[in-house]
Design a protein around this ligand. Structure first.
Ligand SMILES: [Cu+2]
Length: 395
């Protein structure tokens, strides 16, 4: 018999507020034996994932999540695989081994998770148990990576060139093939495309600076299938820009004047026996909400004043990254999450066009549970639900 209440949040999907699945904000947590039906239009192709948003730091940590892929009408690839990355605290030395973690993680922005987690997985399996990627030589393969964990991961493709074709559920055009390790932040989704022209088996493997990383390894097994060794995709069908710049469809072609601006100073400090993770020096639910009215153009400046990475996720909206460390970006990036590393700052902008109460929080969910969460609140929107009542614990 289940004993814990749950919800489902469809991460990255822009849904009506009532379908967002945040306990105490958009619904009451669903008690054991009760039910709640999520209903929405799946009309925006891309790679997403879903997870509980009730006691989420613990429930997601223990695996209450899955991938959620909306297929395009016309596929531009021969084969696809979805790969969920995660890390786990297993056995006596999980959530322990403090010193090793401290030493390793000191410069990585992840000294906390470095000492908690000792097992890396892909689709819930580790090392030799991870299912291989089987392809025919010559095929174009789309790999949909979802980072369901609280640490960033770096994957090396054995020196094979890959192209990034999707970020956070949005297409990205005209990216040049690269061979550098691919960085995937917590909760990010990155779609890459590979053209297989190597008949030898090779490995996609983690190059994280962590001893558990050697078990995050996926075999790529090309087969020479005579009947079907010619790709259906003969050329890159992505739109290619004339001037050769990669781009995502922007929210704002020209950067508008914001109607309202907020600063989010992301901090960490030692609280009463626990680490506190703060926004403008407050912990949730004491954090100041973002108050907006429908139609506002909102600008937020996220500043990381701590020694930890903070992958900040906004529900119900995509935002455009305008600037990093005070420097304007030439190519707009449109995302639902930005991993703000120690000392970094980002300016983001979005349109307040989806009324409701929306969580805006760190997706290292241990940090969210430690206070790093606030609410984007539309003027005049009423919610009958209460956080930290009726068993509602969104963090
Ligand atoms: Cu954080």
């Amino acid at each position: 018999m289940p004993t814990e209440p749950v919800t489902i949040h469809f991460h990255g999907m822009v849904l009506p507020n009532k379908m967002d699945g945040v306990a105490g904000l958009t619904q009451d947590a669903v008690q054991p034996g009760d039910s709640f039906t999520y209903e929405f239009l799946a009309d925006d192709p891309g790679t997403y994932w879903y997870h509980s948003h009730q006691s989420s730091s613990e429930q997601v940590d223990r695996g209450l999540y899955g991938s959620f892929v909306i297929e395009p009408k016309d596929k531009m690839y021969d084969r696809e695989y979805t790969l969920l990355l995660d890390e786990w605290a297993i056995g006596d030395n999980g959530r322990g081994g403090m010193m090793g973690g401290m030493m390793n993680g000191m410069s990585s922005g992840e000294m906390d998770t470095d000492m908690f987690y000792n097992t890396y997985t892909v689709n819930g399996k580790t090392g030799q148990y991870i299912a291989p990627i089987e392809v025919n030589n010559g095929e174009v393969v789309r790999l949909r990576f979802v980072n369901a964990g609280y640490r960033k991961h770096f994957l090396r493709f054995n020196g094979e060139p890959y192209r990034i074709v999707g970020i956070d559920g949005n297409p990205i055009y005209n990216t040049k093939p690269g061979t550098e390790p691919l960085e995937i932040g917590p909760s990010e989704r990155i779609d890459v495309e590979l053209t297989i022209d190597n008949t030898n088996q090779w490995l996609i493997e983690s190059v994280d600076d962590n001893s558990a990383a050697e078990n995050m390894v996926v075999k790529v097994i090309p087969k020479n299938n005579d009947e079907d060794n010619q790709s259906k995709t003969t050329e890159t069908k992505d739109d290619v820009t004339e001037n050769g710049t990669q781009y995502m469809d922007p929210i704002f072609k020209e950067i508008p004047t914001p109607d309202i601006e907020y600063d989010m100073l992301l901090g960490a400090s030692m609280g009463m026996g626990n680490m506190e993770f703060t926004i403008n020096e407050e912990v949730f639910p004491e954090t100041e909400p973002f108050e907006v009215k429908e139609g506002d153009i909102v600008k937020a400046t996220l500043i990381n004043d701590s020694r930890f990475d903070h992958p900040m996720h906004l529900h119900g909206h995509y935002f455009q990254i305008i600037a990093k460390d005070g420097q304007k970006l030439d190519n707009p990036m449109v995302k639902d999450l930005i991993n703000v590393k120690p000392g970094e700052s980002y300016e983001i902008m979005f349109k307040a066009d989806n009324p409701g109460l929306w969580a805006f929080h760190c997706h290292d969910l241990n940090h969210a549970a430690g206070g790093m969460m606030t609410i984007l609140e539309y003027q005049g929107y009423y919610s009958p639900f209460d956080i930290h009542e009726n068993g509602n614990e969104p963090e």
